[in-house]
Design a protein around this ligand. Structure first.
Ligand code: S3P
Length: 165
């Protein structure tokens, strides 16, 4: 069993993913942490040294390396920027989109400095969110609304949709 969690930054992919993996008794991976361990660099440093394109390259490699492993994988918010990533995930498991409103995300992240693409002005953040919304929908097999929900409720919903897959 393989479950990929996709969604915008701050949509709760990592916390939902860790708890879901525990509940299912399988491993948990986070592509961002995987890349940081592999490169021995923090994400802002990768963006600064190698640009977004460099980071996206590591991201696709991480997906490839994790394919075939039974796990829950929390992906970075930009995983939808490469169609190749859809092919890798599609062939390997179930893709669940955690949808969260922009206002909720803004409250959660506030002035977070560890996410280079959040660390820009409000109009650009909002434009990125709007541009990506249809992409998450297009990538995913299931959409789970996360606003005003506890992690436990979100996990319950994911486990429920998985019964039908
Ligand atoms: C990114 C999201 C981040 C991280 C990187 C780029 C994006 O992950 O991969 O900063 O393009 O949205 P989270 O979604 O876990 O914050």
């Amino acid at each position: 069993m393989k479950i990929y969690l996709i969604g915008f930054m701050g949509s709760g992919k990592s916390s939902v993913g860790k708890n879901l993996a525990t509940s299912l008794g399988i491993s948990f991976f986070d592509t961002d942490s995987y890349i940081e361990e592999y490169t021995e660099k923090a994400i802002p440093a990768i963006f600064a040294d190698e640009g977004e394109e460099g980071f996206r390259h590591y991201e696709s490699n991480a997906l490839e390396q994790l394919s075939g492993i039974e796990a829950v994988v929390a992906t970075g918010g930009g995983i939808i920027e490469k169609t190749r990533n859809k092919d890798i995930m599609d062939e390997d498991g179930i893709i669940v989109y955690l949808h969260t409103n922009f206002e909720t995300i803004s409250q959660r992240l506030q002035e977070d400095k560890n996410r280079p693409l959040w660390n820009q002005d409000l109009n650009k953040r909002k434009a990125l969110y709007e541009r990506r919304l249809p992409m998450y929908k297009q990538f995913s097999h299931y959409i789970v609304e996360t606003d005003d929900k506890e992690v436990e409720d979100i996990i319950y919903e994911i486990e429920d949709v998985m019964k039908f897959s």
